[in-house]
Design a protein. Structure first.
Length: 277
């Protein structure tokens, strides 16, 4: 999930919440590697037709609504933040849907949790952007993770990204071909282009703050002969460098607010110096 922590209500006890909703939480996901579709199907039902991973599920709204729209698909809602796991488990339990399971974990371990070809879709919904170059290895939206994902994706399966960060989106566009993926579509206003797509509480909150949603879908293609990271890793490099474009930014991507202010000030000073010459 995005690098913003869920707010805790008064008297929230994490351990009690996790225990109360443990029926929909899988604490040992590696145990079901290669068997998710069959093992998670309701008793007496046939296996699910697909398994999809919502990586960074937050409070679970996207997984739940997607599961409601696709009753024959199993949605694995995964998040690394225990509070999000607790909230997601509560909401899944209250929904009564049999095709959502909540898993604590992160995208670094997908190959431990899923077998080759087991997933038909991986959703990256508002992953933490980690804008600095030195933290780039932590990103879920990057070449290295895409290479991991291709080992568990079925033929023709997709990775879908949704983010409020224009720099992360533009960075991801460079990563898709480097990891041997083919871009299926991209959008710089996903809410307008895909209005029926399920949303999360987090996306709704960002929208109210003026954020635009950037999105793309990619599928595995031919793996390049040479795999090499050639893109700029600092997300600052993907911000507009023209003063007019910078001034036109009404929403600063999460984690880059100070950077945007500094760039605006620098550009303004440079423009003032040029005007005095």
């Amino acid at each position: 999930m995005h690098g913003m922590h869920a707010r805790l209500p008064k008297n929230f006890v994490l351990e009690e919440r996790l225990e109360r909703y443990e029926r929909v939480i899988e604490l040992d996901p590696a145990l079901w590697r290669g068997r998710w579709a069959e093992a998670c199907a309701p008793l007496g039902s046939k296996p699910f037709s697909e398994v999809r991973l919502d990586l960074g599920c937050g409070k679970g709204a996207f997984s739940i609504e997607s599961a409601r729209l696709n009753p024959d698909v199993l949605f694995v809602a995964m998040d690394s933040e225990p509070v999000c796991v607790a909230y997601a488990a509560q909401h899944v339990s209250e929904s009564g849907l049999p095709n959502v399971i909540v898993v604590p974990g992160n995208g670094m371990r997908v190959r431990e949790f899923f077998s080759p070809g087991e997933l038909s879709m991986i959703y990256l919904n508002f992953p933490t952007p980690f804008p600095r170059k030195r933290d780039a290895h932590k990103r879920m939206a990057c070449m290295e993770r895409l290479l991991d994902f291709r080992e568990v994706l079925a033929e023709g399966a997709e990775v879908r990204l949704r983010t409020d960060s224009q720099p992360l989106f533009d960075f991801m566009l460079t990563q898709v071909p480097l990891a041997g993926y083919e871009l299926l579509w991209s959008s710089r206003d996903a809410r307008a282009d895909y209005p029926d797509e399920p949303t999360s509480e987090y996306e709704e909150r960002l929208g109210a703050q003026g954020a635009c949603v950037y999105a793309l879908a990619a599928t595995t293609g031919e793996l390049p002969e040479r795999i090499e990271q050639t893109a700029e890793l600092s997300l600052t490099e993907y911000l507009p460098h023209d003063l007019e474009e910078l001034e036109g930014l009404t929403y600063a991507p999460h984690g880059m607010q100070a950077t945007v202010v500094n760039l605006r000030n620098r550009a303004s000073r440079a423009a003032s110096r040029d005007a005095r010459r």
